[in-house]
Ligand binder design. Structure first.
Ligand SMILES: [Fe+2]
Length: 345
């Protein structure tokens, strides 16, 4: 793809309003903290501004609405999120503590995303994980992640510029997920790959993947380069509040053939996140209700548009009081096959 092609792509005007952060989706699991960060003293997290105090009690994880040192009349002050008990449903999986946001009666652990490249009952090494913040709605973070072409313009130094011979996008979705695959032929090798990883080839064929879970914001990112190493990533994208998104991330280093890359690539996390923040933060106020300016799109926005439409379907169902998960969830492709990773769980 050349820049010229992108600019001359026929823009499609979207008449429907897009107001991220306007409706809170319920009944979802959120991986709010790494298990290694939780000891006997409580850590505090929020999901859609709802407080979660998390600690270990006799080896078991507890997620409470209240700090244990607070003098609270639970019967009077506990909310419907804990059915008046003060304690949320909580599960330890994939090295994270998952808490439920919604009706506790519906908190089925089977609804936790299948993360094939992470072991279900073990943490990844500490160097492979971290946390970043984005000052915008989590919907904008997800839209940004689903636009894999932003990588060329925002993260070009790490993953190569937009120059390539061919660039194809395909999108799959269910009522709960959106998957995007981008296949690029002869994409320019990046500065990072050339100068840090020592890749000699000037161009590479690349297949890049994004898989997002609409309710929770959890996403998987991966890419296969014909010469450079890579490894998959899980990122949490939790809406701590309307305009603050916490992104806990963890890589699966065992998927990379390059030992130095396993150690050095996770260190770029804060730099990559800062590049995203530089576009997301200014973008955020533009979607506050102030008029009917339509967005323009190209074929590279197909995944983002699918996300908006699937999100709208979920919002409409929840507005009608339907918080259930539909059976089509199970009909999506095996994500281990899509990402081309070894299944560990
Ligand atoms: Fe990005």
């Amino acid at each position: 793809m050349t820049k010229h092609e992108l600019l001359t792509e026929k823009a499609i005007r979207q008449p429907s309003k897009w107001e991220p952060g306007n409706f809170i989706l319920r009944d979802a699991w959120f991986p709010v903290t790494e298990t290694r960060q939780v000891l006997d003293r409580p850590v505090r997290r929020t999901v859609h501004s709802q407080p979660y105090y998390i600690w270990r009690e006799k080896g078991q994880y507890v997620a409470s609405e209240f700090h244990p040192a607070m003098a609270v009349d639970i019967a009077r002050e506990a909310s419907a999120f804990t059915a008046g008990t003060g304690r949320y449903p909580v599960v330890e999986q994939y090295g994270y503590v998952w808490v439920w946001y919604g009706n506790p009666d519906n908190a089925d652990p089977a609804l936790i995303p299948d993360i094939p490249f992470l072991p279900r009952h073990r943490s990844m090494p500490e160097y492979a994980s971290g946390t970043n913040y984005f000052h915008c709605t989590y919907e904008l973070v997800l839209e940004n992640i689903l636009d894999l072409t932003h990588i060329d313009f925002v993260h070009g130094n790490f993953s190569g510029t937009h120059e390539s011979e061919d660039d194809r996008i395909s999108v799959e979705s269910t009522s709960e997920t959106v998957t995007m695959i981008r296949r690029v032929k002869n994409k320019a090798t990046s500065e990072y790959q050339r100068d840090v990883l020592g890749i000699k080839e000037k161009t590479q064929d690349v297949t890049a993947f994004t898989h997002i879970f609409i309710r929770s914001g959890v996403c998987f990112l991966h890419a296969h380069f014909s010469s450079a190493p890579s490894m998959p990533l899980m990122q949490t994208n939790t809406p701590e509040s309307r305009f603050l998104t916490r992104a806990n991330f963890v890589f699966a280093p065992h998927e990379s053939w390059s030992k130095p890359f396993r150690r050095t690539w996770p260190k770029t996390g804060p730099m990559v996140a800062e590049q995203d923040e530089s576009v997301l933060n200014p973008q955020n106020p533009r979607y506050l209700p102030h008029g009917d300016e339509p967005d323009c799109h190209t074929r590279f926005d197909t995944a983002g548009l699918r996300y908006r439409s699937r999100l709208r379907d979920l919002i409409n169902r929840q507005k009608q009081g339907d918080f259930s998960y539909l059976p089509d969830m199970a009909e999506g492709s095996d994500i281990a096959q899509v990402l081309n990773v070894k299944r560990l769980s």
